[in-house]
Design a protein. Structure first.
Length: 556
């Protein structure tokens, strides 16, 4: 079979070209030709394609027979894990954890915490659908290896934190640089009762009847975590402070060091510890302490009328004063809401007395009084009975005395004015909100430190340390994606949909490639300064859990 082309010229000089698809055959010992189709209406490219097909018909036959042996499959998810891995490498987390197997397992625990929060068992299951072994060059592992890895993280936490500090601040501590550290604590309640650090204490989550652990977070002046420490659940805030001072002295300190902590953290004992190391502090004082300063004449109420006032004592202690009108309005509204709540209770008791002639007035009065004491209004609010009716009485003078400090706060520091003007003292104390934001991110949507699915003390410390390292990545992604209309969680979920494609020939993988991301993913990758490889590594390692799902969980 071939394409027969001929060109003829007419008497008038016009040229005609025709293309015929013909084949040759023998008949009676003679070679004859017959036309199969007229290809003249076809375009030159189509005719050339037919010629090419006829010229390579043997190769095409082999290709058609091979099509049943070719298959394209969806590979493992690579978009999210590669992005998080690249950011971790940029932040120095990969280098700090090291190239050993334990370091790589720890890195996977950090990446898994960013992608999808859960237990060690869920982290192994996550590795089964993501290219964990391929990207991190890991061999097969299960949940037992990850639990053991928590021990390694606990033992090497100080070294890893030092490496990250050196990456951020230079290899050597700067003895001339002024350094400021933010420190605060939080608590995390536990669902179980077997954790070795579990104890009952003051719950910052408002979760009564649950044992808890206390977590202290030391940050630099930008709010980036430097170190995290876990304490038993009944540890009071000030009791966690001395270990942070020692940590800064031995590992993070340099020149002039200043600690920033709230009024419940830095008290007289903690100030004494700081003075021993020639460290400075910025903190706030309590309402009773403010009232004492007013009585002794150190400060005056008129100072709160200024935008930002300052008083310095002869001992070199400075007080920075301010009234926050927004907070003052909030406190007044809360007081009014409490008053209305008591009034509702009084109305309820009055209605009961009216409908039940044998009911005792003293019992109704006692219930109203208990409500007043419960809401802590007894300083200016009282109840009295007139006949069979309960009335509320406000002491206006006492109310004015209690409300005079609404929205007022006083900061305390031993820094001199040249080193820290009053505006700087105020702003640095407000930076404690950065630590609170780190706690909020670590305890809720993005990282979910709860539930703490471990029991042993080193496992608990390792788990919390993983959360801190994950927060560094979350904070960096939040900075990179700040101009995009997407949260970090949404961005990770979108990148999670980007999977590699595999070409299999006779059941064996011959080609592993990442397809071109859609436009929304390109924006996320560009903003995070991440470049995906065209051909991702492929080790072919299958990760499975040692423990299988129970039949009860399968039914959910």
């Amino acid at each position: 079979m071939y394409v027969d082309t001929s060109t003829v010229r007419s008497a008038k000089g016009k040229t005609y070209t025709r293309h015929l698809l013909r084949e040759s055959y023998r008949e009676g010992g003679k070679v004859k030709h017959r036309t199969i189709a007229n290809l003249s209406p076809c375009s030159p490219k189509e005719i050339e394609a037919i010629r090419l097909a006829l010229r390579h018909k043997q190769d095409l036959t082999a290709l058609v027979s091979l099509k049943d042996d070719l298959r394209i499959e969806q590979g493992l998810s690579v978009g999210a894990i590669w992005t998080v891995f690249d950011v971790a490498r940029r932040l120095g987390i990969v280098a700090a954890l090291g190239p050993t197997r334990e370091g790589k397992l720890a890195l996977w625990q950090v990446i898994a915490r960013v992608i999808d929060q859960g237990s060690r068992l869920s982290a192994v299951r996550l590795a089964g659908s993501h290219g964990a072994c391929d990207v991190l060059n890991l061999e097969k592992f299960n949940e037992d290896h990850l639990y053991k890895n928590l021990d390694w993280l606990c033992e090497n936490q100080a070294r890893i934190e030092n490496c990250l500090f050196a990456k951020r601040n230079g290899k050597k501590r700067n003895e001339d640089k002024q350094q400021l550290f933010l420190y605060d604590v939080t608590s995390s309640y536990l669902e179980g009762t077997e954790n070795e650090l579990a104890a009952f204490g003051y719950s910052r989550d408002g979760k009564k009847g649950k044992p808890q652990i206390v977590i202290g977070l030391l940050c630099d002046e930008t709010g980036m975590p430097l170190s995290i420490e876990v304490f038993p659940g009944n540890t009071k805030d000030p009791a966690t402070f001395s270990s942070q001072v020692r940590k800064v002295v031995k590992r993070f300190g340099g020149g002039e060091v200043t600690f920033v902590g709230d009024r419940g953290m830095i008290k007289s004992d903690q100030i004494e510890d700081l003075n021993k190391e020639d460290f400075h502090y910025i903190t706030a004082i309590t309402k009773p302490q403010i009232e004492k300063l007013l009585k002794t004449g150190v400060i005056q109420m008129a100072l709160f009328d200024q935008d930002l006032a300052e008083v310095e004592t002869s001992a070199g202690i400075r007080y920075v004063l301010r009234r926050n009108p927004v907070r003052a309005a909030e406190v007044a509204q809360v007081r009014q809401d409490k008053l209305e709540s008591v009034q509702k209770e009084a109305d309820k008791q009055n209605l009961y007395l009216a409908e039940h002639p044998r009911a005792k007035v003293e019992v109704a009065r006692r219930k109203v009084r208990e409500k007043i004491e419960q809401l802590k209004l007894s300083g200016w609010l009282s109840e009295r009975a007139t006949g069979r009716e309960i009335l509320l009485k406000e002491d206006t003078a006492a109310l004015a005395e209690e409300a005079k400090l609404d929205g007022c706060y006083v900061l305390k520091t031993d820094l001199d004015r040249q080193a820290a003007p009053k505006e700087m003292v105020h702003d640095r104390y407000k930076d404690l909100a950065l630590v609170e934001w780190a706690f909020r991110t670590s305890k809720t949507v993005n990282l979910e430190v709860r539930p703490v699915c471990v029991r042993l003390e080193p496992h608990t410390r390792g788990h919390v340390f993983v959360v801190m390292l994950s927060y560094l990545i979350i904070a960096e992604l939040a900075r990179c994606w700040g101009r995009l209309d997407v949260t970090v969680e949404e961005g990770i979920d979108q990148l999670d949909t980007l999977c590699a494609t595999q070409l299999l020939i006779k059941g064996e993988a011959r080609c592993n490639q990442i397809p071109q991301p859609r436009e929304s993913l390109k924006q996320l990758l560009q903003a995070a300064q991440v470049t995906l490889p065209e051909v991702p590594p492929s080790k072919g390692v299958t990760v499975t859990t040692k423990k299988k799902l129970t039949s009860r969980r399968k039914r959910r």
